[in-house]
Design a protein around this ligand. Structure first.
Ligand code: TMP
Length: 237
């Protein structure tokens, strides 16, 4: 299987077409961004670590019977993945208050939520990825009721599995973002990435942040922290 042309390139990943019509190769870049990409940096080794964590998590979800695009790792910062048509919706699952929910509702960061909170945003950078509900999604032709229900149900399962997995390595899963797409045969699968760039993690013993918030809020080095998270996951899986 050989890479051919670039299918798409974002701030943090490049997706390559291959000579196999069913698969792509995704390369994770060393770029890290924050605040709608206004703050940006290149941090050597970051792509390798987000790739590794996402591979471990997607592989774990595959092993638990959830369907993801992940097939196998490809070198240090690449993955062979099923080719998907991305659904332009991001599902956000929250277990405790952090980030935008803190600002929206004026509650202290870290406030426990009585139960997981699901949010949806329309994946559209020009519109700053606005929050939508299932009515918006269906009425605007972004995703049908059936599709949003399926995505939310799977996201809840992912949340349960990952809360348990991360708790076993002493880490609280505060919140995360997840995306979905369709493979050529019409199967809905989890796509994009699940990594410290797309989740919030707190170290249970000292409350230390172990995710992209370290970069967002200048809390120090991210490579050491991402590496520590990777090491703990590798031991657990
Ligand atoms: P938020 O609190 O900023 O809305 O973020 C919620 C979760 O979604 C958090 O785990 C970070 C993740 N996220 C992304 O992965 N990409 C994004 O562009 C944004 C805004 C959030």
């Amino acid at each position: 299987m050989k890479k051919t042309q670039i299918l798409s390139e974002g701030y943090t990943k490049v997706v390559y077409d291959t000579d196999d019509p069913e698969v792509t190769v995704i390369e994770f870049k060393d770029t890290v961004t924050a605040f709608r990409n206004i703050k940006r940096a290149t941090i050597k080794g970051k792509g390798r670590l987000t790739c590794r964590v996402s591979s471990l998590i997607m592989g774990y979800l595959n092993s638990k019977g959830l369907k993801t695009h992940f097939v196998k790792e490809d070198g240090d910062n690449g993955q062979v993945c099923l080719k998907v048509r991305v659904i332009p919706v991001r599902i956000i699952m929250r277990n405790a208050a952090a980030g935008s929910i803190v600002r929206t509702f004026g509650i202290p960061a870290g406030t426990a939520l009585k139960h997981p909170v699901v949010e949806m945003t329309y994946k559209n950078n020009d519109l700053d990825n606005p929050i939508i509900n299932r009515d918006h999604a269906d009425a605007l032709g972004i995703a049908t009721y059936q599709e949003t229900e399926a995505m939310i149900e799977t996201s809840r399962k992912v949340n349960s599995l990952l809360c348990e997995l991360f708790a076993s390595i002493g880490v609280q899963l505060v919140d995360f973002k997840i995306e979905f797409g369709y493979t050529a045969d019409g199967t809905m699968v989890i796509t994009d990435e699940i990594s410290p760039d797309t989740c919030r993690f707190r170290n249970m013993s000292d409350g230390r942040q172990m995710d992209r918030d370290r970069y967002r809020y200048d809390q120090g080095d991210i490579i050491d922290t991402y590496q520590e998270l990777t090491n703990r996951l590798e031991k657990a899986l």
